[in-house]
Design a protein around this ligand. Sequence first.
Ligand SMILES: [Zn+2]
Length: 523
Amino acid sequence: MKFKHLLSFIAFSFISVFLFAQEQVNEEINKAVRKHGLEQSKVMEIASWMTDVYGPRLTGSPMLDKATQWAVETLNEWGMSNVHTEEWGPFGRGWTLEHFDIHATAPNYFPILAYPRAWSPSTNGVVEGEVVYIEIEEEADLDKYKGNLKGKFVFLDTIRVVKEWFDAPAVRYDSEDLLDMANASAPVARRRSGNYRGSGQSLTQKLYKLLHDEKPHAIITRSYKGDLGTVFVSGVRTVEGSAWEDGVEVVPQLTMSIEHYNRIFRMLKNGLPVKISMELKSSYNSDDPMERNIIAEIPGTDLADEVVIFGAHFDSWHTGTGATDNAAGSSVMMETARILLETIKETGIQPRRTLRLALWTGEEQGLYGSRAYVGDHYAEVEGYRNVQALKPEQQTVSAYYNLDNGTGKIRGVYLQGNQAVDPIFRAWLAPFKDLDATTITLQNTGGTDHLSFDAVGIPGFQFIQDPMAYSTRTHHSNMDNFDHLVEDDLKQAATIIASFVLHTAMRDAKLPRKAIDIEMSQD
Ligand SMILES: [Zn+2]
């Protein structure tokens, strides 16, 4: 071998070693995953059952139990293994809205668009009364209203000026947005300071205490956003304890559409007495205080003791059918499981690690379901992030993938500060460039169940999704319905996640982990 040839041989060897070290992409898997995910999708069919038939899915409600039963039956029918529910709790009482109507009756009649906040109790039949706006700037103001609010409808907010929509409510990320995410530096670890509530009672708490004592017919607010028929509604506010705890007293609370709220507010300012008539029937169910996560598996082979988990929260708020939050994520994850079953059948490729689907409940009230699961299996955790001790099973999870940012397609992945997975995810995303998923960002995203895993040192990821009309229209609103699910986007998401899950299951090593931040509680 001539010296020159030797040099090129060495260079070639280096390149081969480099190529070999690069993350493997299995074309056969991706071909089958695309066929079942993009061409033979069932995601909209799944979503229709989950929303139109089994929605809304408020944690604790009998409807959530029915939805859970349907999901378990469906997963069994498909041939998933080890389909079961895992209990967490006690959560408390469920709540179901049974009847609601509300009208203005003076100075003239008009129907009102408003919704009870979750866990609002029934009124005593039809109730009628005057609307009063109460203005509280300091504690002394509370005295003015003592003894004057019984039988009234209490307005707590001032007018919100409505602006016309000159920009489309739905958006996708453009290349500039994605470039910003890709170039963002790793987030600085923030340590939360201990006491959020501050000492003593806040003025708002004192106001609610007054309202509880006074017993008005209802407390009425308008959300800080929403118009043109869209109303953003979540749960009631209480003086002490959570609304779903047995025995906690709740005053009926409503969120009114902004146009009707503002109209009534302006009439009051003009000195005209406004009267409302309302009937609210709801029921609490406290027979079973425990709640359930749904688990289903596809067994692994040589590394079957290790798992790749993919999940989303299954529960929702109550005024729509919980379509974009989060039947979108749950349908995509169920569809991912179905695509994986079909892909395994078609290619004969058996996953090395066990694939585990998890549908969480209690997310909307504080990530309860996923935190309980992590607590049962992986670590003792105090509060949200104070890890006290790890359990042996913590070592068995390669990754947790989550979807909970609405109906938008996947544009990439948040690394959640785990830089070592960057080249791996880059290689796995590359074949999906034609589906617009290209961006890897060091940024974190919060607010959902991957945090429960991230907190205990398990690589937990949430995908970057196009925003669509999530924050402007559907997230926690009465318009969170099937019609706002975008079919092509959900198909794309399930396809990419199926590929990620199977690639995670097939690689020799588990995904790299970041150093765990065990914060022993100081207080
Ligand atoms: Zn959600």
